[in-house]
Design a protein. Structure first.
Lengths: 294, 180
């Protein structure tokens, strides 16, 4: 009789894979849709995307036991296409190189970047598909786990995708502010992105948590833990207030005041979005309760 | 080919944990590792209060979630219907431990792989009986072929109407319980 077999390494992976793929989507959106002033954000998003997913995948490998000490065992990991880990293995194997090549292309790093620039549209289209796949599959990964009824809902991948896009945009904006301080003013254009995706995330989160109250006894126990139980201070404090409400309000002002907001508040809102994204994954994992069997 | 299963008469269990020790002995497990557990539950109210002991182990589900989620295919069902782990291909990702609704799998940190009740398949193939079954002083467990209507386990299930734990979970377990 074991409690949850997964801990912080898996939580960190879920968060980093989401933020990394979200940053890729944010970069592609900027590069394709926005005019010249947003190139810094596209560059920042592409720079941060690959490394975040790589660090996340390292966490995943560190969590393996025999597969970590005897890495050649990992070739077996595509054996079962009914397993979401096999799909994850395939998706990450394709997405990580694309994300790294995309970073090279947008930032003109070495000859690889120069070569990749010729095929930038193809990289953006295929990369976006695999970025969405990465963000979504992490939700499916835990949604199909029979051992935790709380997770068994199609809303899970939707929540993970929404959270991936908002955390990815936040990560891209922070890096954009670092690589080019003058860009802070133009970042206000993207505050609208935060307003939209934080709203979607909040809506899906509300549906997920409150509809769990009637799904099954175990799901209700888990949801209860978040709403008014042991984990409720973290849920309301870290996820709802710090992770959603405060950055939402800051982003509204950021958008309305357009570039007049202090730098610390712009970057602060993004850091809060990242804290919220990490916390929601940790709380979803820790609130998972197995069925009552006896 | 037989389809092995166990019927457990929990009304006979006194919670002595002999099955656990026999299992550890048979499978050379450390003292803190085990493939079977005894959980207890309070029943009734004073003065007719009693404690029910429920021996637990892998249910060897026909529709095993652990096998479905295993990325390497290390978890498989033997021809006798026993759910086993191939120690050579398990990577220790622990997805199966999350997927098992009964939480009957453990991680062996020494070998880095996931382990579980094997229904003492080596013993059984040699004509024996699982260690937890033979060692039980009150004969709580009855082992045998579920497909043979004349086996002791089939007769016991037919006579008592023993049921798996949480059949509503849909995994079709092969361990049956007579609870009262």
């Amino acid at each position: 009789m074991q409690d949850s077999a997964w801990g912080w390494l898996i939580i960190t992976y879920l968060f980093l894979a989401g933020a990394g793929s979200g940053a890729f989507i944010a970069a592609v959106a900027c590069d394709l849709l926005a005019p010249d002033w947003s190139k810094t954000l596209a560059r920042a998003g592409s720079l941060v995307s690959g490394p975040l997913v790589v660090i996340g995948t390292l966490c995943l490998v560190l969590d393996l036991e025999a597969g970590f000490w005897q890495p050649w065992r990992q070739i077996y990991m595509v054996n079962n296409l009914r397993s979401m880990i096999s799909w994850g293995f395939i998706i990450l194997s394709i997405f990580i190189p694309i994300a790294l090549v995309y970073a090279a292309a947008l930032n003109e790093i070495t000859f690889v970047g120069k070569l990749a620039q010729k095929y930038i549209t193809i990289i953006e289209i295929i990369g976006s598909i695999f970025a969405v796949a990465t963000a979504t599959y992490t939700g499916v990964l835990i949604a199909v786990v029979n051992g935790v009824p709380f997770w068994n809902t199609p809303l899970m991948p939707v929540l993970f995708l929404a959270s991936a896009i908002s955390t990815g945009l936040a990560a891209a904006m922070i890096v954009a502010a670092i690589i080019d301080v003058n860009t802070i003013k133009t970042l206000s254009n993207f505050a609208l992105g935060h307003v939209i995706f934080l709203s979607v995330e909040a809506l899906v989160l509300m549906l997920f948590v409150f509809m769990s109250l009637t799904r099954s006894t175990e799901a209700a126990a888990s949801a209860g833990m978040l709403i008014s139980g042991m984990l409720s201070p973290y849920f309301w404090g870290l996820v709802v207030i710090l992770g959603l409400v405060v950055p939402f309000i800051l982003s509204v002002f950021e958008f309305l005041e357009y570039g007049q907001m202090p730098k610390s508040l712009v970057v602060g809102a993004d850091i809060l979005v990242l804290i919220g994204g990490m916390s929601i994954r940790a709380l979803i994992v820790f609130s998972g309760t197995p069925p009552q069997i006896i | 080919m037989p389809r092995y299963g166990i019927a457990i008469d929990s009304t006979k269990c006194v919670g002595c944990h002999s099955c656990r020790v026999a299992c550890q002995n048979q499978n050379s497990l450390e003292s803190n590792e085990t493939f079977n557990w005894i959980k207890h539950r309070d029943r009734g109210r004073y003065p007719s209060y009693y404690k029910e002991f429920i021996p637990l182990q892998c249910n060897h589900c026909e529709n095993a979630p652990c096998q479905r989620v295993c990325p390497t295919g290390a978890t498989y069902t033997s021809k006798e219907g026993v759910v086993l782990v191939n120690p050579k291909t398990c990577v220790g990702c622990k997805y199966c431990m999350e997927a098992c609704p009964y939480k009957m799998r453990i991680i062996d940190h020494r070998r880095g792989i996931v382990e579980k009740c094997r229904l003492c398949i080596e013993l059984v193939r040699d004509g024996g009986t699982p260690a937890c079954v033979t060692t039980c002083p009150t004969q709580v467990r009855i082992f045998g072929d579920l497909d043979d209507p004349k086996s002791a386990v089939s007769i016991f299930i037919a006579k008592t109407g023993a049921q798996p734990l949480r059949p509503d979970l849909g995994t079709i377990p092969k361990i049956f319980y007579k609870r009262s």
